[in-house]
Ligand binder design. Structure first.
Ligand code: PRP
Ligand code: 7HP
Length: 185
C-alpha cells in the first residue's frame, strides 16, 4: 500500500533534484545549439514526460511549441503489458515541422517505436527523440535516443513524472521504490 509519506516508500535516491536539473539544462543548451535558426515542435508523451518537458522547454533558447500524445503500454502494475494503444492523439499537424519527442523513460522501447512510426508517416521535416532515462537492459525493440539524460539499471523507479499506480510523480528526485510497496519484496 502507498503510505502517506511518499519519501518513506523510497529505498534509495537514484538521481537527486540537483543532478536532474543540471542535466536538463545541459540537454536544453545542446538542443538549442543543434536547432539554431529553426523552430522546434516538442511532443510530450503523457503523462510521465510532463515534468521533464516543462523544465526542458524552459531551458530552450530557440522558438518552440508543444503538443501532447497519450499512449498506454502499462497497466496498473510495474511491468509492460506489451500492448500499446493510443489514448489521445496530437492536436496539431506535424507536417513539415522539426519534431522532438520528449519521453521520461525508454524501457522496452515499444511505446517510443509506436510513436515514431505514427509520426513518421505524417511527413515531419525531421524527428528526434529526447529521453530523460534509458533502461537498456529491458529493450525489446531497438530505438535511437538522440538526446539522453541518464542511463539507469533495471530497477523500478518513480518520481519527477514517473509513477507507480499514478502516485509518486510529484517527487522532485528519481528514486527506487521499495519492493514491498509493489509486492516485489
Ligand atoms: C511509461 C513511460 C513511457 C513508457 C516506456 O508510460 O512514461 O512512456 O512507459 O515504456 P516502454 O519503453 O516499455 O514502452 P506509461 O504507459 O506507464 O504511462 P505514464 O507515462 O502515464 O506513466
Ligand atoms: C515504465 C516505468 N514507469 C515507472 N518506473 C519505471 O522504472 C518504468 N519503466 N518503464
Amino acid at each position: 500500500m502507498v503510505s502517506t509519506d511518499l519519501h518513506r516508500d523510497i529505498e534509495a535516491v537514484l538521481l537527486t533534484e540537483e543532478q536532474i536539473q543540471r542535466r536538463v539544462a545541459e540537454l536544453g543548451a545542446q538542443i538549442s545549439k543543434d536547432y539554431e535558426g529553426k523552430e522546434l515542435h516538442l511532443i510530450g508523451v503523457l503523462r510521465g514526460a510532463v515534468m521533464f518537458l516543462a523544465d526542458l522547454m524552459r531551458s530552450l533558447t530557440i522558438p518552440c511549441s508543444c503538443d501532447f500524445i497519450a499512449i498506454s503500454s502499462y497497466g496498473m502494475d510495474t511491468k509492460s503489458t506489451g500492448v500499446v494503444r493510443i489514448l489521445k492523439d496530437l492536436d496539431d499537424s506535424v507536417q513539415g515541422r522539426h519534431v522532438l519527442i520528449v519521453e521520461d523513460i525508454v524501457d522496452t522501447g515499444l511505446t517510443l517505436n509506436y510513436i515514431l512510426n505514427l509520426i513518421r508517416v505524417r511527413n515531419p521535416a525531421s524527428v528526434r527523440v529526447c529521453a530523460l532515462l534509458d533502461k537498456p537492459e529491458r529493450r525489446i525493440v531497438p530505438v535511437t535516443i538522440h538526446y539522453l539524460g541518464f542511463t539507469i539499471p533495471n530497477q523500478f523507479v518513480v518520481g519527477y513524472g514517473l509513477d507507480y499506480r499514478q502516485q509518486y510523480r510529484n517527487l522532485p528526485y528519481i528514486g527506487v521504490l521499495r519492493p514491498e510497496i509493489y509486492g516485489g519484496g
